[in-house]
Design a protein around this ligand. Structure first.
Ligand code: COS
Length: 382
């Protein structure tokens, strides 16, 4: 595995970094307070082609590899974690599964729109099924050339901005095991019966919206079913494998931002007649933060590289996400601690990083589920 990035990759990332630090970072605090992403930021992301980062050029995207894509997510997360998850969900668990499991007609119909920045969202979780995703209850009853969908989806990231929803529903209530009765659908925003519910009030990641979605006799054409009936759970799991690389990269970006803030603060903050960085207790914290952060970045890059090589990466993606999210929680905790009382104030960015990091241990599979995935892979000898 080549750990470095090529000149082309570095050049592209330089552009993304300039955009993220120049346009997004200065507004991140306001986005957190106002709980929304300004439309012009999303337009700029469209102009840069970011929504088509991993969509093949044949469908209007940039056709980037996963290593570059993960580095882009990291750069965006350094500036604003909410923006990074919008792109990660769109790319990894909406557009990517379409490339993997959609037929050619579906790819041609939807991918150019997604590459141009019509946003995709992912609808798996329900009020009573989170980690136990196979127990979902939303029903999809076949009726002629349509399916009629009924149910409720929760925690839909980017739900209010999305034009397309990759949604899992139960087509066969009798199927056992339960997961074999689930199918995947691409539901378009304007479909009658798709109703946006409440926008959640969240602890962190506030710029990104998290929505409840209701399906009330929502008619979806058979032509919008992705893959065969009964393979929806596998589509969801495969999508989440990729999604976990994105969330891992996001966690690395948040932790990187927190480390930089802590270092800068420790250089200027004076106590006992010296800047904080003169004290070994603080140096030790900074060293440990940096070491854990580098380790988590390498795990993310390794999982991304395996995916680019077309090799199995389920275990490595779960390890990357598990590690990066727990490191981000720890690093942001230490960064806040270095800031002392000021770190607890909204005026300092570490307060936001601390809140933003926490969800990376929860969404797209909790740390407990990542450990389960890793252990199962080990037991199978993978
Ligand atoms: N890729 C492809 N197929 C997969 C897969 C993967 N990564 N993981 C599981 N599968 C397949 C299995 O091979 C199995 O198929 P067969 O019955 O044909 O052998 C099927 O899916 C069921 O797998 P399993 O028995 O492992 O399913 P479980 O119900 O035990 O669930 C976990 C496994 C817990 C790992 C899964 O439900 C999960 O990831 N939960 C978290 C969901 C999540 O991340 N939600 C957040 C969404 S974002 S709001």
């Amino acid at each position: 595995m080549n750990l470095g990035l090529s000149d082309d990759q570095e050049m592209l990332l330089h552009g993304v970094r300039e955009f993220a630090q120049g346009e997004i970072a200065p507004r991140a605090r306001a986005m957190d307070a106002e709980a929304q992403i300004p439309a012009e930021i999303i337009d700029q992301m469209r102009e840069l082609g970011l929504f088509g980062a991993q969509v093949p050029e044949a469908y209007g995207g940039l056709g980037l590899d996963t290593v570059t894509y993960a580095a882009i997510i990291e750069e965006l997360a350094r500036a604003c974690a909410g923006i990074s998850i919008l792109l990660s969900v769109h790319s990894s668990v909406a557009a990517h599964p379409l490339m993997l499991f959609g037929n050619e007609e579906q790819r041609r119909r939807f991918l150019p729109h997604m590459a141009a920045g019509e946003i995709g969202a992912f609808c798996l979780s329900e009020p009573e099924s989170g980690s136990d995703a196979a127990s979902l209850k939303t029903s999809a009853r076949r009726d002629g050339d349509d399916y009629v969908l009924n149910g409720t989806k929760v925690f839909v990231s980017g739900g209010s901005l999305a034009s397309f929803y990759l949604l899992m529903a139960r087509t066969d209530p009798q199927a056992r095991p339960l997961h074999r009765g689930i199918s995947a659908f691409l539901v378009e925003r304007e479909t009658a019966g798709l109703i946006l519910g409440r926008k959640e009030e969240k602890m962190g990641l506030r710029a990104s919206d998290t929505m409840e979605i209701f399906l009330e006799d929502c008619r979806v054409p058979v032509a919008n079913r992705i893959g065969e009936e009964g393979v929806g759970f596998k589509i969801a799991m495969k999508s989440l494998d990729s999604g976990r690389i994105g969330v891992g990269a996001q966690a690395v970006g948040i932790a990187q931002a927190a480390l930089q803030e802590a270092l800068a603060y420790a250089k200027v903050r004076q106590q006992f007649g010296h800047p904080l960085v003169h004290f070994q207790a603080i140096q030790s914290k900074l060293a440990e933060m940096s070491t854990r952060l580098e380790g988590s970045r390498l795990l993310v890059r390794h999982a991304a590289w395996l995916k680019d090589q077309g090799r199995p990466f389920t275990r490595q993606a779960a390890m990357a996400k598990l590690n990066a999210s727990e490191v981000a929680t720890w690093v942001t905790h230490q960064a806040l601690q270095i800031h002392g009382g000021y770190g607890y104030m909204k005026e300092y960015a570490v307060e936001r990083y601390y809140r933003d990091a926490r969800v990376t241990e929860i969404y797209e599979g909790t740390s407990e589920m990542q450990r389960l995935v890793i252990a199962r892979c080990l037991l199978r000898g993978e």
